[in-house]
Each structure stands twice: as structure tokens, then as C-alpha cells.
Design a protein around this ligand. Structure first.
Ligand code: MEV
Length: 327
């Protein structure tokens, strides 16, 4: 198929995992939401055969065939950009094309802090590049994005790409039907960044090792994670925020048990609870990254003030129901 336009733009939302991270890789359910922070991508055909990827992270990579030429990079380019190059090449080859493309990435959230920036990047690029050929449907965008995310970490449950493509608040099980959840209450959620970067791939591998060494215990923990997720689903649907907060705390304990928390994460979780949050937990892969806390609406500003007094920056977030947008 040949191109129908020479440039396209797309944006995809970042995400939080409210319940079930890591256990979702082992076919347990998870509850996720996309948030009102986005990755924006612009793609333009160029006159060469190169794929040039630039971002506001001070990284610029240029790829010709699969040879990577580093132009300017302060971070680990292989991990961040190579899967994006593979994704673009895969869309081009499915359309029998070999043209060059310039990609500009602008992110409203930092990379590597557990908010699904790499998945959102895969989703936005997949949507933008596919739209050069035809109007893509969301399922196709998701399939290509998740393939590429699996280059970043092999055992991805697909949850991050799913929520970034479709948006909203969902109950997710790997490779199964998914349900949108309706919350009668607007949840007052904040994110606190520990400022410790992590690698999702290595944390998922460390949980795999833990599971292989402690099979029976891991099974018990998975049962608890399942029960927490089911109770959380009910608490969201019935607007029981106090119960929801307690379940977040219980979920955090399970994540501590499987070794993916961090002393800074625990410090911030405790600080949030001490100052009146309904509940708090790490979100995403852990090992650093971010925590989320659910706050009583009327005390939100006071609690944020207290947390910030302790030197942590709070980011209040809303659930984004839009999913990927193609312009
Ligand atoms: C990472 O955001 C979520 C994990 O559960 C991994 C995955 O679901 O693929 C840790």
C-alpha cells in the first residue's frame, strides 16, 4: 500500500496501575487507568532511507537499515529507541515500503518512572506511522505496539499498551476479554516520583526468579492479589474510597513481598498514609519509579502540601478516557 500523506501526528496517554502489577504477567487480573499526561509524536517522510528519531530527552538516533548511528545521546539509546525503529520498519515492510521517516517525540512525563512512557511511545508511533497509509483501527495499533514493547521486555503482559491505546479505567487480564469500569466517584489521585529510574525488564525478570524459587509462596501471593483485585473492582463500582485505599495498602505489601519495592517508595507510601491518604502503593514495575496515592477530596490540597514539605513533588492526575489520538 502506498502513502496517502507525507506527515502525521499522534498522542497517547501515560498510565497508572491501581492494582495487580507483576501478577498480571502470570495471568492474574489488573486494574489500570490512563492519565491526563501524554506522549506526542510527529512523523514526516524524508528524502533519504533513514529513520531519524529525536526526542526532548536530548537523544537523537539515526538508523539506516538496522545499523544504528548515534548522533547525540545521554541515555541508553539501545533500550529506548531501537524497539521504535523496529516498529517503524515493521509497519513499512508490511506496506512494501522502504522510505525514510523523521520522528519527533515530546513527552509530558519522564521516561523510566513507571508511568508507561515507553508503551505510550510505541502506541503513538504505531498510530502515526500507520496513518500515513490508511486510517488505522485501534486493535491494529495495539497489536503492533505490543510487539514492539516485547522487544523492550519480553514478558510484557500487554497491559500498558492496551490502556494507552484504548484509554479509561479497565479491568485487564492478559490475552482475555477486558472490561471498562465505571466509577461513580471522581478519584482524587496523585503520583509522587521517587526520582529513582528503573528498568521494567529487569524487575519483571527478578520477579520471575522469585517465582521460580518460591513456587508455592508465589501461588499464595497470586491468590491474595486476585482477591484484592476483585474487592477493588467492587469498591470502585460502589464508590467506597476508604475500602479502595485499604486495598491499595494491601496490594503494596504483596509487592514488597515479591521484592519490587524500594526504601524510598516505602518512605513515600508511609508519608502519604500518615498524612491522611486513603491508601498508597507503588505503581508499575517498582524498584524506584512512582507511587500513587488516593486522597480524600476535601483534604487533597492539605495532604499535598504536607508531602511537598518533605521534599517530594506531587502530580495530581485525572483519568483520561480518550486513548490514542491521531491528528
Ligand atoms: C509495568 O508497567 C507493569 C508490569 O506488570 C509488567 C507488565 O505488565 O508487562 C510490571
Amino acid at each position: 500500500m502506498s502513502v496517502t500523506k507525507t506527515s502525521a501526528k499522534a498522542s497517547a496517554p501515560a498510565k497508572i496501575i491501581l492494582f495487580g502489577e507483576h501478577f498480571v504477567v502470570y495471568d492474574n487480573p489488573a486494574i489500570l487507568a490512563s492519565i491526563d499526561r501524554r506522549i506526542h509524536v510527529s512523523v514526516y517522510l524524508n528524502k533519504t532511507k533513514n529513520i531519524n528519531i529525536r526526542s526532548d530527552l536530548e537523544i537523537t538516533d539515526s538508523y539506516k537499515s538496522s545499523k544504528l548511528k548515534l548522533i547525540n545521546c545521554k541515555k541508553n539509546r539501545e533500550l529506548i529507541f531501537y524497539p521504535l525503529y523496529k516498529l517503524i520498519k515493521s509497519i513499512l515492510s508490511k506496506n512494501n515500503e522502504n522510505m525514510g521517516i523523521d520522528v519527533d517525540i515530546r513527552s509530558e512525563i519522564p521516561f523510566g518512572i513507571g508511568l508507561g512512557s515507553s508503551a505510550a511511545c510505541c502506541v503513538a508511533i504505531s498510530g502515526a506511522v500507520k496513518s500515513l497509509f490508511h486510517e488505522p483501527d485501534r486493535q491494529q495499533i495495539y497489536s503492533i505496539a505490543v510487539e514492539s514493547e516485547r522487544v523492550i521486555h519480553q514478558n510484557s503482559s500487554g497491559a500498558d499498551c492496551y490502556i494507552s491505546t484504548f484509554g479509561g479505567l479497565i479491568y485487564y487480564i492478559k490475552n482475555k476479554a477486558l472490561n471498562k469500569i465505571k466509577s461513580p466517584k471522581k478519584l482524587s489521585l496523585i503520583i509522587v516520583n521517587t526520582r529513582i529510574k528503573h528498568s521494567t525488564g529487569s524487575l519483571v525478570s527478578s520477579v520471575k526468579k522469585y517465582q521460580s524459587k518460591n513456587r508455592i509462596l508465589f501461588k499464595d501471593l497470586s491468590h491474595s492479589a486476585y482477591d484484592i483485585c476483585q474487592s477493588a473492582l467492587y469498591a470502585i463500582k460502589t464508590g467506597n474510597e476508604k475500602r479502595l485505599g485499604n486495598l491499595m495498602n494491601e496490594n503494596h505489601k504483596l509487592l514488597q513481598d515479591i521484592g519490587v519495592s524500594h526504601k524510598k517508595i516505602d518512605e513515600i507510601v508511609d508519608l502519604c498514609i500518615k498524612n491522611g491518604a486513603f491508601g498508597a502503593k507503588l505503581t508499575g514495575a517498582g524498584g524506584g519509579g512512582s507511587i500513587i496515592a488516593l486522597l480524600p477530596k476535601r483534604d487533597t490540597n492539605d495532604i499535598i502540601l504536607e508531602i511537598e514539605k518533605n521534599g517530594w513533588e506531587c502530580m495530581p492526575v485525572k483519568i483520561d478516557y480518550g486513548g490514542i489520538r491521531i491528528y
